[in-house]
Design a protein around this ligand. Structure first.
Ligand code: M6R
Length: 612
């Protein structure tokens, strides 16, 4: 969603801000802007609707913005359409204070109306403008910026990460957060704020995470962080493991393709440190004492693709642990009045670790005394910090909006958790344990074998990219896999697609099948292959064109029914979706490429959804 970058240092700020905003582009945005304070206290702002290139051209055509301290923003419209006025930074009516903000101020209308009654004139439709107008109002009243900031933070309700500049304090930048991510970066040439670590990697890997209700005051050579009582907070400085190259395209035409191709390495990095002498070792859980004792119910809670991992997890966990497990959409879970308690384990899955609905579900779970384990990719993210135990996927930064390598590593880690826990509970036999561990170790090489067939997926995509509707069908793990395949296709190619449990077709959906309808039949789940075959025959006999996805073992069963067939290596059934998703990702990618879509930044979507 929106992105924030800020810099206070000993270099001209404008290019640092624009370069930082470019690294945040992947999050999705519709307008962008920067504000810089000159050493003499002149507050200069440039902002515009559209891509960063538009802002850059304004910046190059007009008088250069001078100053070594500034804030920048990419906006994804929530309150007020995408236009120049609604773009950030927003400036108060006195022209003294500028603010960039991520999140939503829920009581903005009430504050706005009370400020209007006091004669304050608003120039945008955004909720953010109330922050800056209120700040100026309090600043005028108390003549102290920190007093004004704390007053505002007490008054506003909702979620925010914000950067603040004031022309009366030209060497200072302030930042605050609540329920929206904000990091402080410690560089050699100055200090930074950012909503996302990838914006900082070119300058520093030393960061600290701002906590809710903290306020940071940054100058070129100092960072001070205050808690809600205005006491100086002691903060730990972390070193981020990612390097700047990991967040660059490295010769690929899209981040999505690069990230698909990185999956063998990402899976390897997620697995290797956790298998020792044939045993799965999840140190994080070893250190958590009796965390896994007496669990009688498991909820896997997540959004989008991470929820699809949860669907796969439901099948796998119930099979390995014999504990009732449900996969829940985080946006539904939080309002469904779930009955949780000490014997409930809630597993939150999130690439970004910042998805608002998943975060809210986590908090609800903790409030009700449940144990929370999270599977997260971004170190130090909000979900990671608030969970009782975190298992990190080591996928590296994922930039494309459509998740690929985070999804596969989440699946791998969830299977590892299931097997590890199953063994602790003595519910998994030695033979199966060994087979899955072997399967895990072979995964990177087998994923690579699937990737080596890239030309085949490309050719098939070229044949079918014009279909306006696509159905994915499958049973059990293949059904869960179909949900992900379908989401990949629709989000980047804008083709309508749906995924159905193959056994459900006859209960309604089959009426949509007519001659030429494209059906992607997932037939990798060997235990139910005969039943899946019947469903394929049903759609085939109504004229559907069938692209089959099968393993070396199941391909002979379905090959006569498929117009096109992708064959992938066989692996233990619980790991099969890790290989199965790769052709679906590549198929979606090449369909979108053929249709000329903006693959890394699909319309209306953002990488990390930090609003409800
Ligand atoms: O960061 P998260 O894993 O919590 O994000 C959840 C979903 O928004 C995400 O998986 C989304 O569905 C994907 N971008 C789809 O490719």
């Amino acid at each position: 969603m929106c992105g924030i970058i800020g810099f206070a240092g000993d270099k001209e700020a404008v290019s640092i801000l624009v370069e930082g905003l470019k690294r945040l582009e992947y999050r999705g945005y519709d307008s962008a802007g920067v504000a810089i304070v000159s050493p003499e206290g002149e507050l200069q702002v440039k902002k515009s609707k559209g891509r960063l290139a538009v802002l850059e051209s304004h910046l190059s055509e007009e008088k250069p913005l001078r100053g070594k301290i500034g804030i920048g923003h990419t906006r994804w419209a929530t309150h007020g359409e995408a236009n120049d006025q609604n773009a950030h930074p927003h400036v108060g009516q006195e022209g003294k204070i500028a603010v960039v903000h991520n999140g939503i101020i829920e009581n903005y209308l009430e504050i706005k109306n009370s400020l209007i009654k006091k004669g304050i004139h608003f120039t945008s439709d955004t909720d953010t403008e109330v922050i800056v107008q209120l700040l100026e109002y309090y600043y005028k009243k108390y003549n102290n910026l920190m007093d004004a900031v704390y007053k505002v933070l007490h008054r506003i309700k909702g979620a925010y990460a914000m950067g603040i500049l004031c022309s009366d304090c030209p060497g200072q930048m302030l930042a605050a957060r609540k329920d929206a991510p904000l990091l402080i970066g410690y560089g050699t040439d100055g200090n930074y704020i950012a909503s996302d670590v990838t914006a900082l990697l070119a300058h520093t890997r030393k960061v600290t995470y701002l906590e809710d209700d903290e306020v940071a005051v940054l100058t070129a050579d100092q960072v001070q962080i205050f808690d809600s009582d205005r006491c100086l907070a002691e903060k730990i400085i972390h070193t981020v493991a990612w390097d700047v190259a990991a967040a660059e395209k490295g010769g690929y035409s899209h981040f999505m393709l690069k990230e698909i191709m990185e999956q063998p390495e990402a899976v390897q990095k997620t697995i290797s440190p956790r298998i020792m002498e044939g045993k799965i070792c999840l140190e994080e859980l070893e250190q958590a004492g009796d965390f896994l004792e007496n669990i009688t119910r498991i909820y896997i809670v997540a959004c989008g693709s991470a929820y699809h991992v949860g669907m796969i997890g439901k099948y796998t966990l119930e099979k390995m642990l014999h504990i009732p497990t449900e996969a829940c959409l985080a946006s539904e879970f939080r309002y469904s009045e779930p009955l949780l308690g000490e014997s409930t384990l809630v597993i939150v899955i999130s690439q970004s670790g910042e998805t608002l609905d998943s975060m809210a579900a986590l908090r609800e779970a903790k409030k009700q005394g449940a144990k929370v384990l999270s599977i997260v990719n971004v170190m130090g993210s909000s979900i990671a910090r608030e969970s009782d135990v975190v298992l990190y996927t080591w996928a590296g930064p994922e930039i494309a909006v459509a998740t690929t390598k985070a999804y596969t590593t989440q699946m791998v880690l969830l299977v590892m958790f299931a097997v590890y826990y199953g063994e602790r509970l003595q519910r998994i036999g030695e033979k199966e344990y060994g087979e899955i561990v072997n399967g895990l170790l072979q995964l990177p090489e087998k994923i690579q074998r699937v990737l080596d067939d890239v030309d085949e997926f490309q050719k098939t995509a070229a044949k079918y990219f014009n279909h306006s509707s696509v159905f994915y069908i499958g049973r059990n793990l293949d059904y869960a896999l179909g949900l992900e395949g379908s989401l990949k296709l629709k989000e980047i190619s804008y083709i309508h697609s749906e995924s159905y449990a193959a056994g459900e077709l006859k209960h309604g959906t089959i009426s949509l099948i007519e001659p030429g309808t494209l059906v992607i039949a997932l037939a990798t789940y060997a235990p139910l292959i005969e039943k899946t075959l019947s469903n394929i025959v049903e759609v085939k006999s109504r004229g559907a064109r069938v692209i089959g996805l099968a393993t070396e073992e199941t391909a002979p069963v379905i090959k006569d029914q498929a117009t096109d067939l992708f064959v992938i290596p066989k692996v233990h059934p619980v790991l099969q979706p890790v290989l199965g998703v790769v052709p679906l990702q590549l198929y979606a990618y090449y369909v979108a490429l053929n249709r000329g879509c903006d693959i890394d930044k699909p319309r209306n979507l953002a990488k990390s959804v930090t609003v409800e």
